[in-house]
Design a protein around this ligand. Sequence first.
Ligand code: GLU
Length: 485
Amino acid sequence: MVDIKTRFAPSPTGQLHVGSARTALFCHLLARKMGGMLLLRIEDTDRARHVEGAVERIVDDLKWLGIDWDEGAGVGGDKGPYVQSQRLGIYTKHVEKLLDAGLAYYAFETAEQLAGLRQTAEAEKRSFIYRRPDSLPTRGQAEAVKAEGRPAVVRFKTPGEDVAIHDEVYGVVTVPGDQQDDFIIMKADGWPTYHLANVVDDALMGVNFIVRGQEFLGQTWRHKLLRDAFGWPEPRYAHLPLIMDMKGRKLSKRDGDVDILSFRKAGYLPEAMINFIALLGWSPGNDRERFSLEELREAFDIDRLNKTNAKFDRDKLLAFNTAAIAEADEDRLLVAFEDYLSLNETPFPAGDTAMLRRLLQVNKGFRTFADIVSKSGSLFVADDAVEYNGKAVEKVLAKNDGDGWAVLAELRALLGACPWTGEALEKLLGEFCTGRGLGMGKVAQPLRVALTGGTISPAIGETLTLLGKDKTLSRIDRCLALART
Ligand code: GLU
């Protein structure tokens, strides 16, 4: 039995998409479950789509998720380099081998000529498949064309026979010979295409189990033909189902965040993300839904991948996050909260751990860290930056002939004379309620509106102590002045 070696091979074209994160996770789980290896390779041969800093982003988000790998980018190994732009010589050598063996050939069509052929095919209502010319150019002719500055690509000579791929998820997928084209393996600028570089690297790096998105299944015949041409053995393949939105469309940015960094910035925990992503195309075979990464490493089973499209249910992710937060201990939450603060601009004093702990405590029940900002953020802005919500002012202060304003004015006087401890404040508010025959809501809400501009904040005693006496009084005064205008 050969040990499993799998790989995650992202192209640095932007943020780590949840679909790619799922691929990385399943590769990781497969390797961990089977005692195999996971390799990280950066596929950056598409220069037009290359985004500066994307490799660092991907690596950082993988680490944040807790996904680690054994070889490749950032880790090293004896099959490197692991970044394709550093391997151009290797690809050229392999293309030459195919040219020498008569398994590939040069082609000189310009982009316009190809577009013309494509248009003709469209007009005739047939799909465009590049037709091999009857006589193929020699190397010498190719050199001459290149010297003139005209484009010369290298195309693979497909044998034109049906190709069958055995996929662990989708079963046997056969691509008929007449649907195969002589695809490009080296572009006019001398860079390899994805197909060539991907296949060469998988083979040279000893990858024998390929896990990736379903969108690559239709390309895999090309990879098999290339492997056959080089005499390399077949790896095992597992293609993962598409991820759809709740309307059954392919998940895209139009429905909101789709990359890991956005969820991280929005205040999600990596453990909730991982749990949620793991269920996009995999199930444990029973009703269990909640898993830690550690538990997933145990439970994962390639046979339980399914081919039905996965549904990206944001409500479920939020529910997982809420539960993960409730289960996490404070030290764990503090680390995650600090990560959240490092990625966002908030009014909170990021370096003040005692205060951050307190915020975690007084906001118990929060669903994401963003909830802490919406519930407690206004306590940390400058007093004159508090914005009053018109509806809240109307409903809580102005309604019923300004009952709320009256309560506020009375409280202002009492609070001004009160020592600022939780106990004293609670006693004051309690006695005030009893004395006026008012429920706590009728007293706390006017205060909340005066102190935060709206009706949501931590428990009123906490709100007052977090704010401190001076700020409390100054905010009430500012609000009462509003009543007079
Ligand atoms: N570079 C490809 C991507 O980013 C990898 C495809 C593959 O896994 O073969 O999607």
